[in-house]
Structures are given as C-alpha cells and as structure tokens.
Write a protein that binds this ligand. Structure first.
Ligand code: GDG
Length: 461
C-alpha cells in the first residue's frame, strides 16, 4: 500500500486526545499506511534569525510530523494577507471585506514554493499526497514544476463561489489553473462542484468530459463533492463522559423552567452572528411568551484577531448582545449569555444536549461541523431541534433540520419559534433521520471515499 502524505497549513499531533474529528481521522489514515503530516509549525520567527526555514521532524509511532517555521513577513502576507484577507472573504462571498493588497500574492506564492521545496526531497515515488485547504491551492503546481509525478489530491474545506465572484480576485485564473495540477479536487458540496464546472466553462472556455472530469489548461482533473463528516462514535463517547454529563445536568437544572438555545462558532463574519442576535431579538419582540424564558448561550471563540474585519465583527456582535440584554433582561434573567472564549471540547456535547434548539445560521459555510455535532449530542428520546442556514454546505445533507435564510431575520425568528414549539414526536422523527445520515457519512466515510477516488486517478496526468 502506498504511503499517505498529508499537507495542511496547520498540523495536529494525532497522539493528543484534544485533537478534533479531522485530526483524528487523518491521524488514523496516516497510522494505517504509515505516513507523514507536513505543515507550518505555528511558530513565527524574525527574518534572518538563525534557523529560519529549518525543518523540524518528530516521530509519532509510524507517522512523521514535519513542520517548518514562517518568518514574520511571510506569515503576514501568506497567512493574514492572501489566505485570510483575500481568499477567505471572497470564497465566502464577502467581496466587501477583501483586501486586495498587491503585495500579498508574492508571499502566498513564496510560502507555497517553500513548502514544495521542503517537501519534495521527503517524497517517495509511490506516495499519495493529500493537500488541504485554501492556503495551499498552488502547492501541486509547484511540486509538478519540480518534477513530482505522484498522485496529488486537494480538498477545499470552504465553499467555492460562483465564477463572477471568483473573478474579482485578480489572480483568479492562476488559482483555478493551479487546481488542474492535482489529480483529484474535492469539494464539500454539489453547489461547489457546479461553481467549478461553470468557471471552467465560462472563464476557461473548456468543457466537462463527464460530470466529474474536466479538461482545461492541457490537463484533466477529477472534481467531486465529498461532504466532510464527524467522528460519530468519538463524539457520542464524549457526550457520555463525565465532564459532559456534569455540564448537561447543571444546565438542565439551571434552565428547568426556561428554554435553552445554543450557538457555538468561531467568531467569524461568515458565521452570521449579528444576524442571529437580530433574529433572537425579533423572537423576544414578536413572541413575548419567550421573555424571561428563552435564553441563548452563544459561544464565539476568538479567531484571527489581528485581521481588522474580525475586530469589527466582534464589536458589532457585542453591541447587539448588550442591547438585547439591556432591553429585555430582568434582575434574575439575561436573554443572551455571550462567551468570547474557547470552551473545553469535553463540555460542548453536554451543552448541546441541554439545549432545546441549536442555532447554526452562517451566511456561508463550506460544511459546518457544529450542525452535525449538535444532532449527535442529543438524547434520542427527547431531542433538541437544529435550525440550520440554507447557506451551510451541511444543508445539502441535513434536510430534516429547519432550514432558514439567515439574512431574513424575521423569517428566522418565526422558524426558531416553530422549533421551540415542535411536538416531541416530530422532534424524534427528524432527529432519527438526521442521525442516520450523519452516521452513514461520517469522517471515516469521507476520508475513505476521497482516498479511494484519488487512488483511481491516473497519477500525474
Ligand atoms: C472549516 C469550514 C468546515 C467551536 N467553538 C469551540 C469549538 N468549536 C469547534 C466546533 C467544531 C469546530 O470547532 C468548528 O467547525 P466548523 O465546521 O463549524 O467551522 P470552521 O472552523 O470554520 O471550519 C467549515 C470545516 O472546515 C471542516 O471541513 O465544516 O465549513 O469553514 O468542531 O465544535 N471547540 C472548542 N471550544 C470552542 O469554543 N473546544
């Protein structure tokens, strides 16, 4: 069997239990064949310091963890600049938040070239290479330029926007052409594959050979949706563990006479947090029976705080939460409990299980794993209801959730009211269907389906 080489911007030590579902799944795949995980160490060094660009390797059983440091200039232009200031906002349809500073692209190319240069000597001829996410789109093209003929697959964790939005990026053609250096390109949802197919047709003047094969720029690539899942067994075990059950019981007791709603997100403008608070405000205004009762616990874990747009969204969110609490709060009740910290992973399932409603209402999201975690954490005998944005990739699979348009804050409030009122039998029926699908398409299915498809492609073709 070929060795697997995973490349991602950040790597996770598969031995550490704190690692989330993705790290566990990739760690498992690496352990089966023996393998290597290559990426950024997370360390930023001053340019010109001794050891800059040095590679660190660590052995974790039969898995090699290989990391490189980034110098400050590269970190600023590659990571903060092009990856998170251009690609993240545009791929999430937020042209208004993109910062097309002409200096960023050089850093993005430089780091991808540097990654390829460091990786190339470590590769064996029959290694299978799996590259992850928007930070590393041109990596295969850089490797090919150095003579690499291995099978290389790419998975995009975030959405691919329609051609006319993508075309706002000055280097859009170069980016998509870079994808053709891979043998397999995986997307989260069918909508993303359609956007890719349309781009290839409209902007590259090429055609689909069949629904999954595209020929352009003198190369053929297979492109397909592989919706990512979670590790259901691991999350169920986490739900039953003591810390989670303690959390569940404390919350159940505290909200015995009230209704708990929960939102768990990185504080990111794609997650629709201000819209969610506005919808919650409409709920309290239009359905007054929820006052002194419906309580929203919103965890917004800190993320990318040195990017300006993230500081702005935090300020906006905090203003909205404060206003709802000021206008509706009582001496012994606050409608919104906003937490701008990272909550321990072990407590998350208990919190989800105690909630009557889970709010997953991003404005745009590749998949959204919280939607799946919320369903898995529920008590099948008395499950809570998932309110899910139609703009999350997860909405293609989770049809039995209550789907909403998060921009329509009035409409969302009505659906939240429907969720709060849903009879037990309907909650059970929806939950059972959702759980079945989440279990069938779990993270192990995702990994196997992707690697199977990659192994079927012609290497280097
Ligand atoms: C990208 C795509 C795609 C959140 N707050 C805390 C915490 N979390 C955990 C959740 C969940 C994970 O982080 C977030 O996953 P998402 O899927 O929601 O979102 P992104 O980080 O934006 O991920 C996304 C994903 O990649 C995978 O392909 O689904 O669409 O954007 O597991 O539970 N965990 C802890 N404390 C927190 O406060 N411990």
């Amino acid at each position: 069997m070929s060795r697997l080489v995973v490349v991602s911007n950040r790597i996770a030590d598969p031995r550490k239990t704190a690692a989330g579902g993705l790290a566990v799944a990739l760690g498992e795949a690496l352990k089966t064949t023996g393998g290597m995980w290559f990426g950024w160490s997370g360390t930023v060094v001053e340019a010109g310091t001794p050891g800059e660009g040095e590679m660190h390797t660590q052995q974790a059983g039969n898995v090699t963890l290989a990391t490189v440091d980034l110098c400050k200039e590269d970190h600023d232009s590659f990571y903060l600049g092009y990856s998170n200031g251009v690609l993240w906002p545009v791929f999430h349809y937020r042209l208004d938040l993109a910062d097309f500073d002409a200096g960023y692209i050089a850093g993005y190319r430089r780091v991808n070239q540097m990654f390829a240069k460091k990786l190339m000597p470590l590769l064996k001829p029959d290694d299978i290479i799996w590259v992850h996410d928007y930070h590393l789109i041109p990596l295969a093209a850089e490797l090919r330029a150095m003579g690499c003929t291995n099978r290389i697959g790419f998975f995009l964790h975030i959405p691919l926007p329609p051609p006319l939005i993508l075309a706002a990026i000055p280097q859009h053609e170069w980016l998509i052409r870079s994808l053709f250096a891979y043998d397999l390109v995986g997307f989260q949802a069918e909508a993303d594959v359609q956007h890719f197919a349309r781009y290839v047709g409209e902007e590259a003047g090429a055609e689909a050979l069949d629904p999954h094969h595209f020929r352009a720029f003198n190369r053929t690539v297979r492109a397909q949706a592989f919706p990512i899942g979670i590790d259901v067994n691991e999350f169920q075990a986490l739900t039953r563990a003591r810390e989670s059950m303690d959390m569940f019981e404390r919350m159940r007791e505290e909200y015995a006479r009230r209704r708990l709603l929960v939102g768990i997100d990185r504080l990111d403008y794609s997650k629709g947090l201000p819209h969610r608070i506005k919808a919650f405000r409409h709920l309290l205004t239009n359905y007054p029976e929820n006052r002194n009762s419906a309580t929203l616990i919103q965890i917004a874990s800190p993320s990318r705080e040195s990017v300006d747009a993230y500081a702005d969204i935090r300020q906006q969110l905090e203003g909205l939460c404060g206003a709802v609490n000021g206008d509706f709060g009582e001496l012994d009740w606050m409608p919104v409990r906003y937490i701008h910290r990272t909550v321990a992973r072990k407590r998350i399932p208990g919190l989800c299980r105690a909630a009557r409603v889970g709010l997953v209402t991003p404005l745009r999201d590749g998949m959204n794993l919280v939607a799946k975690e919320f369903v898995v954490a529920q008590d099948a005998a008395d499950p809570g209801v998932l309110v899910l944005s139609r703009f999350a990739g997860a909405a293609e699979q989770l049809k039995e959730a209550l789907l909403v348009n998060p921009y329509d804050t009035h409409g969302t409030a009505e659906v939240i009211q429907q969720a709060l009122q849903m009879p037990l039998e309907e909650r059970q029926r929806r939950h059972q269907k959702l759980l079945e699908r989440i279990r069938e398409f779990d993270v192990h299915w995702w990994r196997k389906a992707f690697l199977q498809a990659l192994s079927e492609t012609e290497p280097g073709g």
